[in-house]
Ligand binder design. Structure first.
Ligand code: PMP
Length: 384
């Protein structure tokens, strides 16, 4: 049976063009970018080339605004702790939306333990940040507010430009976790008024183990990883040359192909949504229109997301998700689904489909048939 992989929010393959481009940095051009000899200089040039390509993807002022990290979790930690700690003289308040990824919420909670005041900003039933509440919550000593560009579990895209206006009127800096959105939809950090932005290589078909943090010129951060002083002293450690070069090439390809790929995926997404919603007692989670082009998320009453996932995988060879791969080891319902107002039992019946370059519109009938049969089968077995 043909494998249909629909869990691109958790992991994706490296684009063969990226692999072809970056493999030289595992073989002949393997140098340490800090070495002064020619092999080191070649490696340094590869890092700078990647920085430039990432800067172009998000329209950063220039490549020096891009800090290379080991991934989205690290970028989020550096953005949050680094900014809050360095700007402690300006205030000890931080804020985040209720649907942020745990790699944003957990560093925020750590700050809270060390004396910062943390405010959680609510979202409405579609996952949009409630801007009036945001406006009421922020004060001039809120040094950092973190709102994601788009949510990985429900696909909702936040109105970042509007949010940034509120943050800059009332608070200080806006950090945006764009892990789920970068490479998928256009992002313009200058036009949208973003101060710090996280993105990740593997979420754009680049290798695992690289990420980036955009830092607007003039913003000061404290290092959270001291050592040899790489990356302006903010992120020490020898660079993961292969992954970083791959991330750059992945960013370039994503930018080049974005318009066309976005349209192609939206068509598949919309067909999936309209077919799957024909199933009795099935509901879309997240925003009906302001959503990521590759993202379709649902809940079904009376059954468990984990059973859906296992049935889809074992019987149909279709890989889906129930929410965040990072927290799916716990049996707790997703904090994102609870934040949009679902009850515990409703939140347990979730299924998330995230599309990628290999998915085709011809797969829609197979996927919807599998979902329909799975839901019917599980409902027959369910004591609920
Ligand atoms: N933020 C978001 C929105 C995510 O979806 C993820 C997971 N892909 C992360 C942060 C953390 O990414 P990683 O585990 O690759 O560091």
């Amino acid at each position: 049976m043909e494998k249909i992989y629909l869990d691109h929010a958790s992991a994706m393959s490296v684009d063969p063009r990226v692999l072809e481009f970056a493999k030289q940095y595992l073989k002949e051009d393997f140098g340490n970018p800090s070495s002064l000899h020619s092999v080191g200089l070649t490696a340094k040039r590869a890092i700078e080339d990647a920085r430039k390509k990432v800067a172009e993807l998000i329209n950063a002022e220039n490549e020096t605004c891009i800090l290379i990290t080991g991934g989205a979790t690290e970028s989020n930690n550096l953005a949050i702790k680094g900014t809050a700690l360095r700007n402690i003289g300006k205030g000890k308040k931080v804020a985040a939306s209720a649907i942020e990824h745990i790699s944003v919420l957990n560093p925020m909670k750590e700050l809270q333990k060390s004396g910062f005041e943390l405010t959680i900003i609510p979202v409405d039933s579609t996952g949009l940040v409630e801007s009036e509440k945001l406006n009421d919550i922020l004060t001039k000593d809120t040094t950092l507010t973190s709102i994601m560009y788009a949510n990985n579990e429900i696909g909702t895209i936040e109105p970042i430009k509007k949010i940034s206006e509120i943050v800059h009127k009332k608070g200080l800096y806006l950090h945006v976790d764009a892990t789920a959105a970068a490479g998928r939809i256009p992002i313009d950090v200058q036009n949208e008024g973003i101060d710090l932005l996280t993105l990740s290589s593997n979420d754009m078909y680049g290798p695992q183990g690289a990420g980036a943090l955009y830092i607007k010129p003039g913003i000061k951060l404290q290092s959270i990883l001291p050592g040899g002083g790489q990356e302006r002293g903010l992120r020490s450690g020898t660079e993961n040359l292969f992954a970083v070069a791959g991330m750059g090439e992945a960013a370039r390809i994503a930018k080049d192909e974005m318009e066309q790929e976005k349209k192609r995926l939206e068509e598949i997404r919309d067909k999936l949504i309209s077919e799957i919603l024909k199933i009795d007692k099935s509901y879309l989670t997240g925003h009906p229109t302001q959503r990521l082009p590759h993202h379709a998320s649902f809940r079904f009453s009376g059954i468990e997301g984990e059973s859906i996932l296992l049935n889809m995988d074992m019987i149909y060879n279709i890989q889906v998700s129930t929410g965040s791969a990072c927290s799916s080891k716990t049996l707790e319902p997703s904090h994102v689904l609870l934040a949009i107002g679902l009850k515990h039992e409703e939140a347990h019946g979730s299924m998330v489909l995230t599309l990628g370059r290999a998915n085709k519109v011809e797969q829609v009938p197979m996927i919807t048939k599998a979902v329909k049969e799975t839901v019917e089968r599980l409902r027959k077995l369910s004591p609920l």
